[in-house]
Design a protein around this ligand. Structure first.
Ligand code: 89Y
Length: 346
């Protein structure tokens, strides 16, 4: 029987209750303390989840509680200082995405944990979504031969700013908030990128500071698959059943021996020379999940399970800091390309 890992939570914002509920599903961990800049918010979360200690000083928490790991669920501004604090105290840490507001800061964080010989992971849940896992399995099994071209689309009019008002104030918005997820999925499905070209637009100005539309074209993996990533939070009216499906990512992949469509409502259509097979990959429904975020919230569970295995060193732990740097390399290369109008070699 493995002993339960004692963990501390940093942050008490929108994602914290969902992440704590997901840890409860996974089991084998116990939240023992919570820190938040505004302690009243941390107290409310502590009451809800029975967390015995609330701190307004993260350094004091680490010294007094000595948790086995920290789950840093703060906004991006808290990621670097709080992660570095964990590295200094040699406390393993899982940090929310996006890891940092620049590639350089992300690399500094990852290097600090490497130097401290302390485990460090990024909470990157998109690749753990039920339909994405199916797509990953089909491609790995060669179900459509060599993937030649793919389109990954996450375009929605959903008001993401209502629950996460800080998103409005980001100078770099959709590529850091959502591009991190979808470019990560692209890496998992097709391999590492060789080249990248990106165009961005800002259509909700001045109420949204950063870009809210982006199109990224990449060549990826051994097959040099052409991958287009389409991102948009532009309040475009979309047909509700097939297109307005936040937070589902839609996909279409063409291969030498077939094609796969990931359509609305978790439908996967696999077409080969002989037939089209239609299956559905509905995420588990949890009572604690917000139904408007269904597939995203459900994916926190397998994500945390994988991170726990990584923390225990029992296999898993896919989304290490090092792995996430490869995703962030693409995110920030996309900004470089959008600025210069040129393709970037990765
Ligand atoms: O912040 C984002 C995330 O991680 O999932 C969807 C989201 O809430 C809005 O883009």
């Amino acid at each position: 029987m493995l002993t339960s890992l004692r963990f501390a939570v940093f942050g008490a914002g929108f994602w914290t209750p969902f992440q704590l509920a997901a840890w409860r599903e996974v089991g084998g961990v116990e939240p023992v303390a919570i820190y938040n800049r505004t302690p009243a918010k941390a107290e409310a979360v502590a009451r809800q989840f029975g967390i015995p200690a609330v701190y307004g000083d993260p350094g004091r928490l680490l010294r007094e509680v000595r948790p086995d790991f920290v789950d840093n669920i703060t906004e991006v501004g808290g990621h670097k200082p709080l992660s570095l604090l964990c590295a200094k105290h040699r406390v393993a840490c899982i940090c929310q995405k996006p890891l940092a507001a620049s590639y350089r800061d992300a690399a500094v964080i990852v290097a600090a944990f490497r130097a401290a010989r302390t485990r460090f992971f990024v909470h990157e849940n998109w690749r753990w979504q039920a339909p994405m896992q199916q797509l990953r399995e089909l491609l790995a099994a060669g179900a459509i031969g060599t993937p030649l071209r793919a389109r990954l689309t996450m375009v929605s009019g959903f008001d993401v700013f209502a629950n996460q008002p800080t998103l409005r104030r980001l100078e770099q918005f959709i590529l850091t908030d959502l591009g991190t997820h979808v470019l990560d999925v692209a890496r998992v499905l097709f391999g590492e990128a060789r080249t990248l070209y990106c165009r961005t637009a800002r259509t909700l100005a001045p109420r949204v500071k950063g870009e809210n539309v982006a199109t990224v074209l990449l060549t990826m993996g051994r097959a040099n698959t052409h991958v287009t990533v389409e991102l948009g939070y532009a309040r475009t009216p979309l047909e509700p059943s097939s297109r307005e499906v936040f937070p589902q990512t839609l996909a279409f992949v063409e291969g030498t021996a077939g094609s796969i469509e990931l359509a609305a409502d978790y439908v996967v259509r696999l077409t080969t020379r002989t037939a089209t097979r239609v299956t559905r990959h509905v995420p588990p429904r949890y009572v604690w999940a917000d139904p408007r975020y269904e597939v995203a919230h459900a994916s926190i569970v397998p994500c945390c399970a994988d991170l726990l295995a990584g923390l225990r060193g029992t296999g898993g732990g896919e989304t290490t800091g090092e792995d996430n740097l490869k995703t962030l390399r693409l995110v920030f290369a996309a900004y470089d390309s959008a600025r210069s109008g040129r393709a970037v070699t990765i």
